[in-house]
Design a protein around this ligand. Structure first.
Ligand code: GDP
Length: 365
């Protein structure tokens, strides 16, 4: 499943946020393929549509989609040169699909700041620079490899070299690889094999004090301003409060708690949803009396590929898909009811699955 790595300097609130994530844990037993390790927290993706569908179908079992968060602690200044457990942590980052960068935006004299003062933009840059230096190493190595071919007149090597040089220049100037406007094809050729760290999509978490949870504060504003050209989202939350929210098991009590703080939704829930859309993911549903389930796919996938996340046989033997839209399900109550009024579409191999589709696949075995 989808993995997000939580990074940030020491003492910014990573563990606190991770605890919040871990206590809202999904029942891992239902998801045999997810990693069960102490530094991995599995959370379900909140989805109102799944609740509506469950209310209609009343299945024995409901399975939301999940995201895994990996606590990548220990990233410090000098990590790219091996400081701390630098290389190990950088290797951990290589494995994840997206980065959640936690930044301290709260003042608390009892909590030591590694750099001596609260400065979110400076903190963010420390981490960025470590990742950029590591990427620069990879890019330089690749340049050396490609140069030979380029000198010999190889057209592809020449084209790749041009692109690589631009990455080098950007990284040297303190810009992350994700900010360069190359097409996926251009990228694939030049840097596809490098697994760059700074090309991964990033989401910033401004960890503010309790009093600034809703409005944000001067620190979170500075951070927002600093990243406004990065095309990255900033989520403002208070990790300490999120930890308390997550400990409340009863949903009604949890809603009351949120209400007392003037919150509509927990920060964690916003974080999960933002991670999901950051990666351009959408959800489709399967609905039967045994199980109603949400499935994650990439936006733009066609029906057979989408079927493949359930089982590879579904993709290989794909015949057609029957598709119902949720509003029709709500209006006509049952699959049979929807079918009767002709609102169930029958789609072929070329159908692009839409967010929220309720799918039923027909396939050959
Ligand atoms: P990590 O090193 O990034 O994992 O940071 P921790 O989660 O261990 O937090 C470091 C310290 O900051 C702990 O003493 C936390 O209780 C405290 N802390 C974390 N989040 C908040 C917050 O939102 N507000 C305040 N005041 N303290 C926090």
């Amino acid at each position: 499943s989808l993995q997000c790595g939580i990074v940030g300097l020491p003492n910014v609130g990573k563990s606190t946020l991770f605890n919040a994530i871990s206590s809202g844990k999904a029942e891992a037993a239902n998801y045999p393929f997810c990693t069960i390790e102490p530094n991995v927290g599995v959370v379900t993706v909140p989805d109102e549509r799944l609740e509506i569908l469950t209310g209609l179908v009343k299945p024995q079992k409901v399975l939301p989609t999940i995201i895994e968060f990996v606590d990548i602690a220990g990233l410090v200044k000098g990590a790219s040169q091996g400081a701390g457990l630098g290389n190990k942590f950088l290797a951990n980052i290589r494995e994840v699909d997206a980065i959640v960068h936690v930044i301290r935006c709260f003042q608390d004299d009892n909590v030591v700041h590694v750099e001596g003062r609260v400065d979110p933009v400076f903190d963010k840059e420390i981490i960025d620079i470590e990742l950029q230096l590591k990427d620069l190493e990879s890019v330089n190595k690749k340049i050396q490899k490609v140069e030979k071919g380029a000198r010999a007149g190889d057209a592809k090597a020449k084209a790749d070299l041009e692109i690589l040089k631009q990455y080098k220049e950007a990284l040297e100037a303190g810009r992350s690889a994700r900010t360069l406007p190359f097409t996926p094809e251009e990228r694939e050729g030049a840097i596809g094999d490098l697994q760059l760290l700074t090309i991964k999509p990033v989401l910033y978490v401004a960890n503010v004090d309790e009093a600034s949870m809703i409005s944000g504060n001067e620190f979170s504003e500075k951070l927002r301003e600093a990243v406004k050209d990065e095309n990255a989202e900033v989520i403002t939350l208070c990790a300490a409060i999120e930890e308390q929210i997550a400990e409340i098991e009863d949903p009604e009590e949890q809603a009351m708690f949120l209400n007392e703080y003037g919150l509509q939704e927990s920060g964690l829930s916003r974080l999960i949803k933002a991670s999901y859309s950051l990666l351009n993911l959408i959800t489709y549903f399967t609905a039967g009396v045994k199980e109603v389930r949400a499935w994650t796919i990439q936006r733009g996938w066609k029906a057979p590929q989408a079927a493949g996340v359930i089982h590879t046989d579904f993709e290989k033997g794909f015949i057609r898909a029957e598709v119902i839209k949720l509003p029709d399900y709500v209006q006509y109550k049952t699959e049979a009811g929807v079918k009767e009024v002709g609102k169930m579409a029958v789609e072929g191999k070329e159908y692009v699955v839409k967010d929220g589709d309720i799918m039923h696949f027909r396939f050959n075995v």
